[in-house]
Ligand binder design. Structure first.
Ligand code: ATP
Ligand code: MG
Length: 754
């Protein structure tokens, strides 16, 4: 018996042995679906049914593909797995499309656009089509296109009804124009990778047949999260031999918001009549308490197939539910728990913190940095490395330290204010010539006519903005100042107008940044802290705790899983509830189920009684998901005195109710003091301590050029002329071929040397 077979249970073996024909493994979390799929792959190779290049294996991430390759190679004792067709839908489709590019009017070396390029292109087209981008922002229209692509719809397949009055009735034309332009550029976007493949397959039977014959066996993990285009792609490829094995769990469908259709998995038996359906019921991952808690939770969803799951072994620890005062206390609690585990000899790599939104990683990162706990953030940059955070920090740095040229360059034209490369070059030139900072160069340039009037106006506005904010810094508490700066500079508005999927997350991150600011006495103190945090962000390569979003955690497992932020509005997330109602709520609940079922030995759910939102404190109530955890599997804890009587009366779902009306009366004196201090802090944090000595340029640089009135000079842009006035480094020149202009001495040379 081959080694991969020995460790499997009966239904898993069935899935591994039924090599031919359609197979569906529809089973709950941790039942060994991925393991069986991997064994099946080994079995296919071992029995000689297929050579490696004849198996198409689709995984959810490139990392999962890598793991599968390594495991199969190790099982079979194969050294090289090069050329195996294992990867994500996008990676595999791109590989096929490189070969078939000509059939869709592309060259083989086509480029794959990144989201910024995509948006730029869409903006140009929106303008060219005369669509009002205030009513119909390019971002929004781009996401419409993306959802159509998810559904496998090329422009002439979109119905007029689908397009409706989008883009003022021009949506279909816009989509066609977008596709045409991509073709001209020999480029495609992410969605096109699959869409073009579909077009190729549908337009040439011979080509399709070639791939059908090549990929004798198709394996798909996490099938519940496929969208329509991916589904069609698989169906076409499997249509001949029908050797398609899909595994998934309807309870773990968490990408509906990105066009995934859980219906794909539910329809499998209709699509492939006679399919072998394997149900796995034994969970090998989690303890009975964890599984019991997760099962009880997901039972609250109405639209599900419903399945039984059981697990053997020690009951283990109950799922701990912990209420804390605020987010900071929550992070401190998690840090302490991890240190305690560490002392008992647990590996950090077996510990994960799974958060609902990307912005939530910050509080944990801060805490871990301060206690020196190694961590990594998976599936996204760490908080202070994020684009919007770096932009915002650049604004703040420039207020505290106007000579920070890197900061200046970063936000000079962000949001776009019509200051292009030419303007920056002019400023750079001035900076070098005068030995000043870019910001000072900007102040100088607005007083002259070196820049085009439009650019000059924009720059003058920016400079005036900074002068105003620098002045306000002595009068306004710094979190408020940050809000003012982000608003007045147009930065917040930039993301508010942005209709992409990431934009709301970026706005949340900005709010989180303002909350973080409030934790420091001064802006300077905060910036100092950030630079220290940034410093220590280098990967140590050592044993590290993992911090990631619940979405990114799919398919993974850890001994210990922390699930913070289980509060109404945060999780379930208010946006999901607002946008898709009950469907959204059920997807959120599945996300909670995914989170709990990542844990092997222990799961710790937590929530805070206070969250700082928009810089002010809001009382939070525990998530309804906390109430939904069956009491028998849960151990509730809370900070001493935090909930007073509520904690004592808690029993199963009574907890939520008890907690919700704890009101002010149950606050302990210590907490009241803390809260008062906070209120005082956020309301008017005493005298601002920001050191702004360096912040304004008090005087123009001394005259150092030696030009004199009447002298003939040459200017690169305006040509020859004579100096009529000298004020420091600003000279007025009567040019021979244009009006008199104020220019900087740095741009002039004596006429005889020109
Ligand atoms: P998910 O739904 O979260 O993706 P899954 O169904 O893919 O879960 P696996 O990741 O394959 O589950 O398996 C979960 C854990 O159980 C793994 O640690 C795996 O090695 C172990 N496992 C699976 N099958 C068996 C078995 N027959 N005997 C012992 N351990 C098993
Ligand atoms: Mg799996």
């Amino acid at each position: 018996m081959p080694p991969w077979f020995a460790g499997l249970n009966e239904p898993q073996r069935q899935a591994v042995q039924a090599l031919d024909g359609p197979v569906l493994m529809l089973a709950g979390a941790g039942t060994g679906k991925t393991r069986a799929l991997t064994a099946r792959l080994a079995q296919l190779l071992w029995t000689g049914k297929a050579a490696p290049h004849q198996i198409l294996a689709v995984t959810f991430t490139n990392k999962a593909a890598r793991e599968m390759k390594d495991r199969v190679a190790a099982l079979l004792g194969i050294a090289s797995v090069e050329g195996w067709w294992m990867g994500t839908f996008h990676a595999l489709a791109a590989r096929i499309l490189r070969r078939e590019a000509e059939a869709v009017g592309l060259k083989r070396n086509f480029t794959i656009l990144d989201p910024d390029d995509q948006l730029r292109l869409m903006k140009q087209l929106v303008a060219a089509e005369g669509i009002d981008d205030k009513t119909w922002p390019a971002r929004l229209l781009l996401s419409v296109v993306e959802r159509w692509k998810d559904r496998g719809l090329v422009p002439d397949r979109v119905s007029a009804a689908d397009a409706g009055d989008l883009a003022g009735g021009k949506m279909l034309r816009l989509y066609a124009a977008y596709q045409a332009r991509l073709r001209e550029l020999n480029a495609c976007d992410f969605g096109d990778l699959l869409l073009h493949c579909l077009t190729v397959f549908q337009s040439s039977e011979a080509v399709l047949k070639r791939y059908q014959q090549q990929f004798r066996y198709i394996l798909v993990d996490e099938y519940q999260d496929t969208n329509v285009a991916q589904y069609l792609w698989l169906r076409l490829l499997a249509a001949g031999h029908r050797n398609l094995c899909c595994v998934g769990d309807d309870d773990q469908s968490i990408y509906g918001w990105r066009g995934a259709e859980v219906g794909n998995i539910l329809r499998f038996e209709q699509d492939f009549p006679g399919a072998t359906v394997v149900r796995l019921e034994r969970n090998y991952r989690s303890t009975p308490h964890i599984l019991g808690a997760a099962s009880g939770l997901i039972a609250n969803n109405e639209s599900r197939l419903g399945k039984t799951l059981w697990t053997e072994g020690e009951q283990g620890e109950k799922v701990r539910v912990r209420g804390l005062w605020d987010g900071e206390a929550e992070a401190r609690f998690v840090g302490e728990e991890i240190e305690a585990l560490q002392r008992k000899g647990h590996a950090l790599s077996e510990i994960a913190i799974l958060v609902r939104t990307g912005a939530m990683t910050r509080e944990f990162e801060e805490r871990f940095v301060s206690i020196g706990l190694p961590y990594r953030v998976v599936g996204g940059p760490r908080f202070y490395e994020r684009r919007e955070i770096r932009d915002a920090l650049a604004y703040l740095r420039l207020i505290a330290q106007p000579d920070d040229d890197l900061a200046f360059e970063r936000i000079f034209n962000v949001p776009k204010r019509g200051l292009g490369d030419a303007a920056l070059q002019t400023l750079q030139h001035l900076r070098r010539a005068q030995g000043v900072s870019l910001f000072q160069a900007a102040r100088l340039a607005v007083g002259t006519e070196e820049l085009r009037p439009q650019a000059r106006r924009a720059l003058a506005e920016l400079v005036a903005g900074f002068e105003r904010w620098q002045a306000q810094a002595t009068a306004v508490p710094h979190p408020e100042l940050a809000e003012i700066v982000l608003d007045e500079s147009g930065y917040t508005a930039m993301w508010q107008q942005d209709k992409s999927i990431e934009a709301p997350g970026r706005l949340e991150n900005l709010k989180e940044l303002i909350d973080a600011l409030a934790e420091f006495d001064s802006l300077a103190g905060f910036l100092e802290h950030v630079s220290l945090v940034m410093e220590s962000l280098q990967d140590s390569g050592a044993d590290q705790v993992t911090v990631m979003t619940l979405h990114a955690a799919k398919g993974l497992e850890f001994d210990t899983v922390f699930l913070p932020g289980w509060e109404e509005g945060l999780f379930p997330n208010q946006r999901a509830l607002d946008e898709t109602g009950l469907r959204g709520l059920e997807e959120e609940r599945r996300l909670a189920y995914v989170g709990l079922t990542r844990a092997r030995l222990r799961a710790i759910v937590s929530f805070a009684a206070n969250r700082r939102l928009h810089g002010s404190w809001a009382a939070a109530i525990p998530s309804r998901f906390v109430d939904e955890l069956p009491a028998a599997h849960v151990e509730q804890e809370s900070d001493q005195g935090l909930y007073g009587a509520a904690a004592a009366t808690w029993g199963g779902s009574a907890f939520g109710g008890g907690f919700r009306d704890w009101g002010e009366t149950r606050w302990s004196p210590g907490m009241l003091r803390a809260q008062k201090a906070r209120e005082a802090g956020t309301a008017g944090r005493g005298a601002p301590t920001l050191d702004l000595k360096a912040r304004t340029v008090e005087s123009l640089p001394k005259q150092s050029h030696g030009f004199a009135r009447g002298e003939r000079v040459f200017h690169k842009k305006f040509g020859y002329g004579a100096i009529t006035e000298v004020e420091g480094d600003r000279l007025t020149v009567a040019f021979d071929h244009s009006d008199a202009k104020k220019v900087m001495a740095a741009f002039l040379v004596p006429a005889e040397r020109a």
